[in-house]
Design a binder for this molecule. Structure first.
Ligand SMILES: Nc1ncnc2c1ncn2[C@@H]1O[C@H](COP(=O)(O)OP(=O)(O)OP(=O)(O)O)[C@@H](O)[C@H]1O
Length: 494
């Protein structure tokens, strides 16, 4: 059959006509779809700009935070909870909402921007021990500055939160992560150390940070180690935090007795610590104390950290950076430290932060009660010394907090004795013609001795001081009458 006839017969066939029509429509739709896809790809490639920020990048959380505050009004949010516990034990929990994984749109300076937050299920960011994530911003046009603007705004927003604050970092797996919210900077003079100590440390740190060239020229590693040692509660940690604030540094706190801290991990952490930060190794003796206990009782301590002294020494020696690297260590037991750990080069400055001296007591009193005359500060210092007890600044702070609105109470013998839990004694004196109760109590050896001497001068003979009870238990009953003496017979002293 000639082709002409075949075409004529097919065109008369209604089934064929319908099939050809459907085929044509399908073809057209497929081509249109393909064309749109190609068009979109070409449009994206040539007319749109996108920016990908991965969770490994520092600006990742700044950006998410910025988007949730200034950008999208999406109803699909994820929560980021920050938890911090202050030294007083108070717990602060705050929720931040960030866009959840998926697509969101927002308008920035008359440009529509699409935000796509992706969470990879298959990939884990080992540094953060969390799924790998990324955020992609896409906008029409070629104006790159829009992304610079956004990143800059996000950065400023994040830094605003940190202004006047000290960021604390803690070690998470192999990286440093901010711990809780940045803390308000503590004024350095609010930590009252003994005369000259604070000035010595500040001058040394400043001299060090301003002399990088001196170190470079002589090929000396640009790092400096400080050791603050002394009894608990005397201000070692508080001082380091205040110092970091005054230098505008952050603090990287590392607990050497943490389970699973190996030599390699410590080495890595010290090498990647954020710039402009103080590395704080607290209670440095504790890490190796555990090791001794572990030797004695391997079962109880199995699985404890694998940090060795030589690992710590090597890690400290390896700390090198173009930036000034400052390491602070604290301990309550200097004598427990290995001499190799505190030799010059590892520890360049050692300072004893001890119990309160008169200088500190007076200054603390004046800081807490600025309207009180200086003579009261001196009286307070005298009273505390006469208790015959070593008191830490933390204890003194506690006493002031208890009587924060009433300095008279902080100066009261009974209150101070009660607060510092002094052993109370009833003191019996006799005159030559019989027992007379004179010295009712002593709040400490200092006061007691003074009274004794005064009484002796008046001709009284001291018989015995009998420890009755702690004042806190005794309810502060200071007066004695003859009845109290009935069960007690003083031995006369020849
Ligand atoms: N010298 C000081 N001046 C003012 N406050 C102080 C001083 N020392 C301690 N404090 C207060 O006492 C509390 C505990 O202090 P901090 O933790 O700094 O002591 P520490 O010496 O580091 O103790 P530890 O050895 O137990 O870690 C803080 O609230 C701090 O404000």
């Amino acid at each position: 059959m000639p082709i002409k006839d075949l075409v004529a017969s097919l065109s008369d066939n209604p089934y064929f006509g319908a099939g050809a029509g459907l085929f044509g429509i399908g073809m057209f739709t497929a081509l249109a779809r393909k064309g749109t896809q190609m068009g979109m790809i070409l449009f994206r490639r040539h007319c749109m700009m996108s920016l990908e920020v991965t969770s490994k990048d520092k600006s990742y959380y700044w950006l998410l935070n910025w988007i949730s505050i200034c950008g999208t009004h999406t109803q699909h949010l994820s929560v980021e909870t920050s938890f911090s516990q202050s030294e007083t034990g108070k717990i602060n929990t705050t929720f931040d909402f960030v866009p959840s994984p998926g697509s969101h749109f927002f308008r920035h300076k008359s440009t529509w921007i699409r935000v796509e937050r992706n969470r990879e299920k298959q990939m884990v960011d080992f540094q953060r021990a969390a799924p790998f994530e990324s955020v992609t911003l896409t906008a029409v046009g070629f104006n790159r500055s829009i992304y610079f603007d956004i990143l800059e705004e996000a950065r400023q927003l994040a830094l605003q939160k940190q202004e006047g604050k000290t960021i604390m970092y803690t070690a998470m797996a192999a990286e440093w992560r901010p711990f809780g919210y940045p803390r308000r900077k503590r004024p350095i003079d609010s930590v009252v150390l003994d005369e000259g100590i604070s000035e010595r440390i500040i001058n040394d740190v400043k001299e060090f940070t301003q002399n990088s060239k001196w170190y470079m020229d002589r090929g000396i590693p640009y790092r400096r180690g400080y050791l603050l040692y002394g009894p608990p509660g005397c201000g070692k940690s508080s001082y380091i935090t205040a110092l970091a604030g005054s230098l505008d540094y952050s603090i990287c706190v590392l607990n050497l007795s943490e389970k699973g801290l190996s030599d390699d991990r410590l080495n890595h952490l010290l090498a990647v610590a954020p710039e402009q930060s103080i590395i704080l190794l607290e209670d440095i003796d504790a890490a190796f104390l555990n090791r001794d206990l572990a030797k004695e009782n391997p079962v109880a301590y199995s699985g404890m950290g694998r940090l060795t002294l030589s690992g710590l020494l090597n890690a400290m020696d390896g700390v090198a950076s173009a930036e000034a690297r400052i390491i602070f260590m604290t301990t309550n037991y200097l004598e427990r430290l290995d001499p190799a750990l505190i030799r010059p080069g590892r520890v360049d400055v050692k300072e004893l932060i001890d119990h309160c001296t008169s200088y500190q007591l007076e200054r603390m009193f004046q800081r807490f009660y600025p309207d009180e005359p200086e003579s009261n500060a001196q009286m307070f210092s005298h009273k505390i010394h006469s208790l015959g007890k070593h008191v830490s600044a933390a204890q003194v702070q506690g006493l002031f907090l208890k009587h924060k609105d009433n300095p008279e109470n902080a100066l009261n013998d009974k209150n101070t004795a009660m607060f510092f839990n002094c052993d109370l004694c009833t003191v019996y004196y006799s005159s030559s013609n019989g027992v007379t109760v004179m010295g009712v109590m002593e709040t400490g050896r200092g006061i007691y001795l003074q009274r004794r001497q005064a009484l002796r001068r008046k001709g009284f003979v001291w018989h015995k001081a009998k420890s009755l009870s702690r004042l806190s238990e005794g309810g502060g009953n200071l007066s004695l009458s003859a009845d109290n003496l009935s069960s007690w017979r003083p031995k006369s002293r020849k």
